[in-house]
Design a protein around this ligand. Structure first.
Ligand SMILES: NC(=O)c1ccc[n+]([C@@H]2O[C@H](COP(=O)([O-])OP(=O)(O)OC[C@H]3O[C@@H](n4cnc5c(N)ncnc54)[C@H](OP(=O)(O)O)[C@@H]3O)[C@@H](O)[C@H]2O)c1
Length: 285
Protein backbone atom coordinates (compact mmCIF):
# COMPACT_ATOMS: atom_id res chain seq x y z
CA UNK A 1 0.00 0.00 0.00
CA UNK A 2 1.37 3.42 -0.86
CA UNK A 3 1.91 5.59 2.13
CA UNK A 4 0.25 8.98 2.16
CA UNK A 5 1.52 11.12 5.02
CA UNK A 6 -1.20 12.54 7.21
CA UNK A 7 -1.15 16.31 7.45
CA UNK A 8 -0.02 17.42 10.85
CA UNK A 9 -2.60 16.64 13.54
CA UNK A 10 -3.79 19.63 15.60
CA UNK A 11 -3.80 19.36 19.40
CA UNK A 12 -6.21 20.48 22.10
CA UNK A 13 -4.86 22.06 25.31
CA UNK A 14 -5.77 20.47 28.64
CA UNK A 15 -6.25 22.61 31.74
CA UNK A 16 -2.77 21.58 32.96
CA UNK A 17 -1.10 22.81 29.75
CA UNK A 18 -0.57 19.44 28.05
CA UNK A 19 -1.60 19.17 24.41
CA UNK A 20 -3.62 16.11 23.39
CA UNK A 21 -3.62 15.26 19.63
CA UNK A 22 -7.20 15.79 18.45
CA UNK A 23 -7.23 12.52 16.50
CA UNK A 24 -6.15 9.13 17.85
CA UNK A 25 -6.44 5.45 17.02
CA UNK A 26 -8.91 3.41 19.08
CA UNK A 27 -8.47 -0.18 20.16
CA UNK A 28 -11.12 -2.46 21.64
CA UNK A 29 -11.86 -5.94 22.92
CA UNK A 30 -13.84 -7.61 20.14
CA UNK A 31 -11.48 -7.78 17.15
CA UNK A 32 -10.14 -4.42 18.18
CA UNK A 33 -6.43 -4.96 17.97
CA UNK A 34 -4.05 -5.74 15.12
CA UNK A 35 -0.30 -5.56 15.60
CA UNK A 36 0.31 -4.77 11.93
CA UNK A 37 -2.32 -2.04 11.88
CA UNK A 38 -0.90 -0.29 14.94
CA UNK A 39 2.65 -0.38 13.56
CA UNK A 40 1.34 0.87 10.21
CA UNK A 41 -0.62 3.70 11.86
CA UNK A 42 2.44 4.84 13.79
CA UNK A 43 5.06 4.47 11.09
CA UNK A 44 3.13 5.28 7.88
CA UNK A 45 0.24 7.51 8.93
CA UNK A 46 1.98 9.67 11.56
CA UNK A 47 -0.55 8.61 14.20
CA UNK A 48 0.73 9.68 17.61
CA UNK A 49 -2.28 9.13 19.86
CA UNK A 50 -3.56 5.68 20.87
CA UNK A 51 -6.53 4.93 23.08
CA UNK A 52 -6.78 1.69 25.00
CA UNK A 53 -8.11 0.20 28.25
CA UNK A 54 -7.28 -2.70 30.51
CA UNK A 55 -10.76 -3.99 29.59
CA UNK A 56 -9.74 -4.39 25.93
CA UNK A 57 -7.21 -7.07 26.88
CA UNK A 58 -4.50 -5.94 24.47
CA UNK A 59 -2.16 -3.92 26.71
CA UNK A 60 0.81 -6.22 26.35
CA UNK A 61 0.45 -6.66 22.58
CA UNK A 62 -0.12 -2.95 22.10
CA UNK A 63 2.99 -2.15 24.14
CA UNK A 64 5.01 -4.45 21.88
CA UNK A 65 3.61 -2.89 18.70
CA UNK A 66 4.48 0.58 19.99
CA UNK A 67 8.05 -0.52 20.79
CA UNK A 68 8.50 -2.16 17.39
CA UNK A 69 7.29 1.02 15.66
CA UNK A 70 10.44 2.74 16.95
CA UNK A 71 8.52 5.95 17.72
CA UNK A 72 10.03 7.48 20.88
CA UNK A 73 7.73 7.28 23.88
CA UNK A 74 7.90 11.04 24.42
CA UNK A 75 6.39 11.62 20.95
CA UNK A 76 3.32 9.51 21.73
CA UNK A 77 0.09 10.16 23.55
CA UNK A 78 -1.14 6.97 25.25
CA UNK A 79 -4.50 6.88 27.01
CA UNK A 80 -5.42 3.94 29.22
CA UNK A 81 -8.46 3.29 31.43
CA UNK A 82 -9.08 1.81 34.83
CA UNK A 83 -11.78 -0.86 34.88
CA UNK A 84 -14.51 -0.55 37.60
CA UNK A 85 -13.49 -3.95 39.02
CA UNK A 86 -10.30 -2.19 40.11
CA UNK A 87 -12.00 0.80 41.77
CA UNK A 88 -11.06 1.72 45.34
CA UNK A 89 -7.91 3.52 46.48
CA UNK A 90 -5.45 0.62 46.78
CA UNK A 91 -6.81 -1.41 43.88
CA UNK A 92 -6.73 1.59 41.53
CA UNK A 93 -3.11 2.40 42.29
CA UNK A 94 -2.13 -1.22 41.86
CA UNK A 95 -4.05 -1.59 38.59
CA UNK A 96 -2.43 1.49 37.06
CA UNK A 97 1.08 0.26 37.88
CA UNK A 98 0.20 -3.19 36.53
CA UNK A 99 -1.10 -1.64 33.31
CA UNK A 100 2.14 0.35 32.92
CA UNK A 101 4.10 -2.83 33.38
CA UNK A 102 1.89 -4.79 30.92
CA UNK A 103 2.47 -2.12 28.28
CA UNK A 104 6.14 -1.64 29.13
CA UNK A 105 5.76 2.10 29.74
CA UNK A 106 6.69 4.26 32.71
CA UNK A 107 3.73 6.58 32.49
CA UNK A 108 0.42 7.20 30.76
CA UNK A 109 -0.35 10.53 29.12
CA UNK A 110 -3.95 10.14 30.21
CA UNK A 111 -5.48 7.64 32.62
CA UNK A 112 -9.22 7.58 33.16
CA UNK A 113 -11.93 5.94 35.19
CA UNK A 114 -13.71 3.91 32.51
CA UNK A 115 -17.27 3.99 33.82
CA UNK A 116 -19.13 5.83 36.63
CA UNK A 117 -20.50 2.71 38.30
CA UNK A 118 -18.12 0.75 40.53
CA UNK A 119 -18.46 -3.02 40.22
CA UNK A 120 -17.78 -3.33 43.93
CA UNK A 121 -20.24 -3.78 46.76
CA UNK A 122 -19.76 -1.90 50.00
CA UNK A 123 -20.03 1.87 49.78
CA UNK A 124 -22.10 4.14 47.57
CA UNK A 125 -21.20 4.80 43.96
CA UNK A 126 -20.36 8.38 44.84
CA UNK A 127 -18.02 7.40 47.69
CA UNK A 128 -16.31 4.75 45.59
CA UNK A 129 -15.81 7.14 42.66
CA UNK A 130 -14.29 9.72 45.03
CA UNK A 131 -12.00 7.20 46.71
CA UNK A 132 -10.83 5.94 43.32
CA UNK A 133 -10.34 9.46 42.05
CA UNK A 134 -8.07 10.23 45.02
CA UNK A 135 -5.81 7.39 43.85
CA UNK A 136 -5.73 8.93 40.36
CA UNK A 137 -4.92 12.33 41.87
CA UNK A 138 -1.92 10.76 43.58
CA UNK A 139 -0.81 8.96 40.43
CA UNK A 140 -1.03 12.34 38.72
CA UNK A 141 1.04 14.07 41.39
CA UNK A 142 3.63 11.26 41.19
CA UNK A 143 3.90 11.75 37.40
CA UNK A 144 2.76 8.21 36.59
CA UNK A 145 -0.25 9.76 34.86
CA UNK A 146 0.47 13.07 33.10
CA UNK A 147 -3.25 13.80 33.00
CA UNK A 148 -6.26 12.10 34.59
CA UNK A 149 -9.78 11.83 33.34
CA UNK A 150 -13.09 10.07 33.44
CA UNK A 151 -15.20 8.32 30.84
CA UNK A 152 -18.98 8.05 30.46
CA UNK A 153 -19.48 10.56 33.29
CA UNK A 154 -22.65 12.67 33.17
CA UNK A 155 -23.02 16.18 34.60
CA UNK A 156 -24.33 14.75 37.91
CA UNK A 157 -21.24 12.53 38.31
CA UNK A 158 -18.90 15.41 37.47
CA UNK A 159 -20.62 17.75 39.94
CA UNK A 160 -20.27 15.23 42.77
CA UNK A 161 -16.61 14.61 41.96
CA UNK A 162 -15.98 18.34 42.00
CA UNK A 163 -17.43 18.57 45.51
CA UNK A 164 -15.54 15.51 46.78
CA UNK A 165 -12.07 15.92 45.24
CA UNK A 166 -9.43 18.50 44.38
CA UNK A 167 -8.25 17.87 40.80
CA UNK A 168 -10.92 18.55 38.16
CA UNK A 169 -10.73 15.79 35.50
CA UNK A 170 -8.68 16.93 32.51
CA UNK A 171 -10.83 14.96 30.06
CA UNK A 172 -14.24 13.27 29.89
CA UNK A 173 -14.45 10.60 27.16
CA UNK A 174 -18.04 10.00 26.05
CA UNK A 175 -19.89 8.48 23.07
CA UNK A 176 -20.10 11.09 20.31
CA UNK A 177 -21.21 10.85 16.67
CA UNK A 178 -23.98 12.46 14.60
CA UNK A 179 -26.67 10.23 16.21
CA UNK A 180 -25.41 10.89 19.75
CA UNK A 181 -24.63 14.52 20.54
CA UNK A 182 -24.74 15.19 24.29
CA UNK A 183 -24.58 18.96 23.86
CA UNK A 184 -25.56 19.84 27.43
CA UNK A 185 -22.73 17.68 28.77
CA UNK A 186 -20.29 19.21 26.26
CA UNK A 187 -21.26 22.72 27.40
CA UNK A 188 -20.80 21.76 31.04
CA UNK A 189 -17.36 20.25 30.30
CA UNK A 190 -16.26 23.41 28.47
CA UNK A 191 -17.47 25.58 31.33
CA UNK A 192 -15.49 23.49 33.84
CA UNK A 193 -12.29 23.32 31.75
CA UNK A 194 -12.74 19.61 31.03
CA UNK A 195 -11.74 18.59 27.49
CA UNK A 196 -14.52 16.64 25.78
CA UNK A 197 -13.33 13.52 23.98
CA UNK A 198 -15.71 11.55 21.77
CA UNK A 199 -15.64 7.79 21.25
CA UNK A 200 -17.33 5.65 18.56
CA UNK A 201 -17.15 8.55 16.05
CA UNK A 202 -18.55 6.31 13.30
CA UNK A 203 -21.29 5.03 15.60
CA UNK A 204 -19.55 1.65 15.19
CA UNK A 205 -20.30 1.96 11.47
CA UNK A 206 -24.02 2.76 11.88
CA UNK A 207 -23.65 6.38 10.76
CA UNK A 208 -21.89 5.50 7.51
CA UNK A 209 -25.04 4.54 5.62
CA UNK A 210 -27.02 7.62 6.62
CA UNK A 211 -28.17 9.44 3.44
CA UNK A 212 -27.21 12.91 4.72
CA UNK A 213 -23.71 11.70 5.59
CA UNK A 214 -23.43 10.01 2.20
CA UNK A 215 -24.58 13.13 0.30
CA UNK A 216 -22.03 15.30 2.12
CA UNK A 217 -19.36 12.68 1.39
CA UNK A 218 -20.18 12.77 -2.34
CA UNK A 219 -20.13 16.55 -2.37
CA UNK A 220 -16.60 16.64 -0.91
CA UNK A 221 -15.42 13.50 -2.74
CA UNK A 222 -14.64 11.94 0.62
CA UNK A 223 -15.86 8.80 2.38
CA UNK A 224 -18.68 8.78 4.96
CA UNK A 225 -16.12 7.84 7.64
CA UNK A 226 -14.02 10.89 6.79
CA UNK A 227 -17.12 13.08 7.02
CA UNK A 228 -17.97 11.75 10.52
CA UNK A 229 -14.41 12.19 11.74
CA UNK A 230 -14.01 15.63 10.18
CA UNK A 231 -17.31 16.77 11.70
CA UNK A 232 -16.17 15.62 15.13
CA UNK A 233 -12.73 17.27 15.02
CA UNK A 234 -14.19 20.40 13.41
CA UNK A 235 -16.39 20.65 16.50
CA UNK A 236 -13.20 20.65 18.60
CA UNK A 237 -13.84 17.16 19.95
CA UNK A 238 -10.90 14.80 20.55
CA UNK A 239 -11.78 11.85 18.30
CA UNK A 240 -10.65 8.20 18.37
CA UNK A 241 -11.93 6.08 15.46
CA UNK A 242 -11.01 2.40 15.65
CA UNK A 243 -9.95 0.26 12.73
CA UNK A 244 -7.74 -2.78 12.37
CA UNK A 245 -7.51 -2.32 8.58
CA UNK A 246 -4.58 -0.41 7.14
CA UNK A 247 -6.51 1.23 4.28
CA UNK A 248 -9.21 2.45 6.68
CA UNK A 249 -6.67 3.81 9.15
CA UNK A 250 -5.08 5.78 6.34
CA UNK A 251 -8.53 7.03 5.27
CA UNK A 252 -9.61 7.93 8.81
CA UNK A 253 -6.54 10.08 9.40
CA UNK A 254 -6.82 12.00 6.08
CA UNK A 255 -9.18 14.64 7.44
CA UNK A 256 -6.99 17.71 7.86
CA UNK A 257 -6.93 18.74 4.18
CA UNK A 258 -10.60 19.69 3.77
CA UNK A 259 -13.34 21.49 5.67
CA UNK A 260 -17.06 21.03 6.06
CA UNK A 261 -19.03 24.18 5.36
CA UNK A 262 -21.64 25.63 7.65
CA UNK A 263 -24.56 23.93 5.86
CA UNK A 264 -22.82 20.54 6.25
CA UNK A 265 -22.20 21.16 9.95
CA UNK A 266 -25.84 22.15 10.49
CA UNK A 267 -27.12 19.11 8.57
CA UNK A 268 -24.91 16.71 10.55
CA UNK A 269 -25.77 18.51 13.79
CA UNK A 270 -29.44 17.75 13.03
CA UNK A 271 -28.97 13.96 12.94
CA UNK A 272 -29.03 13.43 16.71
CA UNK A 273 -31.61 10.80 17.64
CA UNK A 274 -30.23 9.93 21.06
CA UNK A 275 -29.23 6.36 20.26
CA UNK A 276 -26.25 4.76 21.98
CA UNK A 277 -24.15 2.22 20.10
CA UNK A 278 -22.33 1.16 23.27
CA UNK A 279 -23.40 1.50 26.88
CA UNK A 280 -25.58 4.21 28.34
CA UNK A 281 -24.72 5.72 31.75
CA UNK A 282 -28.07 7.53 32.13
CA UNK A 283 -29.27 5.34 35.00
CA UNK A 284 -26.01 5.21 36.96
CA UNK A 285 -26.58 7.15 40.17
N1 LIG B 1 -14.68 4.83 26.99
C1 LIG B 1 -15.54 3.96 26.54
O1 LIG B 1 -16.44 3.48 27.26
C2 LIG B 1 -15.45 3.54 25.09
C3 LIG B 1 -16.50 2.80 24.51
C4 LIG B 1 -16.39 2.44 23.16
C5 LIG B 1 -15.27 2.82 22.44
N2 LIG B 1 -14.24 3.52 23.04
C6 LIG B 1 -13.02 3.92 22.31
O2 LIG B 1 -13.38 4.51 21.06
C7 LIG B 1 -12.79 3.80 19.98
C8 LIG B 1 -13.70 3.83 18.76
O3 LIG B 1 -14.99 3.39 19.06
P1 LIG B 1 -15.70 2.09 18.42
O4 LIG B 1 -14.70 1.08 18.04
O5 LIG B 1 -16.77 1.71 19.40
O6 LIG B 1 -16.45 2.65 17.16
P2 LIG B 1 -16.10 3.43 15.81
O7 LIG B 1 -14.70 3.90 15.79
O8 LIG B 1 -17.20 4.39 15.62
O9 LIG B 1 -16.31 2.29 14.70
C9 LIG B 1 -15.48 1.19 14.59
C10 LIG B 1 -16.07 0.27 13.53
O10 LIG B 1 -16.08 0.90 12.27
C11 LIG B 1 -15.27 0.17 11.33
N3 LIG B 1 -14.53 1.17 10.56
C12 LIG B 1 -13.46 1.91 10.95
N4 LIG B 1 -13.07 2.75 9.99
C13 LIG B 1 -13.90 2.55 8.93
C14 LIG B 1 -13.99 3.11 7.65
N5 LIG B 1 -13.14 4.06 7.24
N6 LIG B 1 -14.96 2.67 6.82
C15 LIG B 1 -15.83 1.72 7.22
N7 LIG B 1 -15.80 1.14 8.43
C16 LIG B 1 -14.84 1.55 9.30
C17 LIG B 1 -14.38 -0.72 12.17
O11 LIG B 1 -14.09 -1.95 11.53
P3 LIG B 1 -12.58 -2.43 11.21
O12 LIG B 1 -11.78 -2.40 12.48
O13 LIG B 1 -12.79 -3.83 10.68
O14 LIG B 1 -12.06 -1.49 10.17
C18 LIG B 1 -15.28 -1.00 13.39
O15 LIG B 1 -16.20 -2.04 13.09
C19 LIG B 1 -12.56 2.40 20.56
O16 LIG B 1 -11.59 1.71 19.84
C20 LIG B 1 -12.12 2.73 21.97
O17 LIG B 1 -10.75 3.10 21.96
C21 LIG B 1 -14.34 3.90 24.35
Amino acid sequence: MSSVPVLSCPTVPLSNGLQIPILGLGTSHFGGFSHEAVVYALTECSVRHIDTAKRYGCEEKLGKAIKISGIPRRDLWITNKLWPGDYGYEAAKRACLESCSEMGVEYFDLYMMHWPEPLKPGCSNREMRAETWRALEELYKEGICRAIGVSNFLVSHLKQLKEDCSVVPHVNQVEYHPFQQPNHLIEYCHKEGIVFEGYSPLGKGQVLSNPTVQQIAEKHERTPAQICIRWSVQNGVVTIPKSIKKNRIQENFQVFDFQLDEADMVALGGLHDGRHVTWDPTNVN
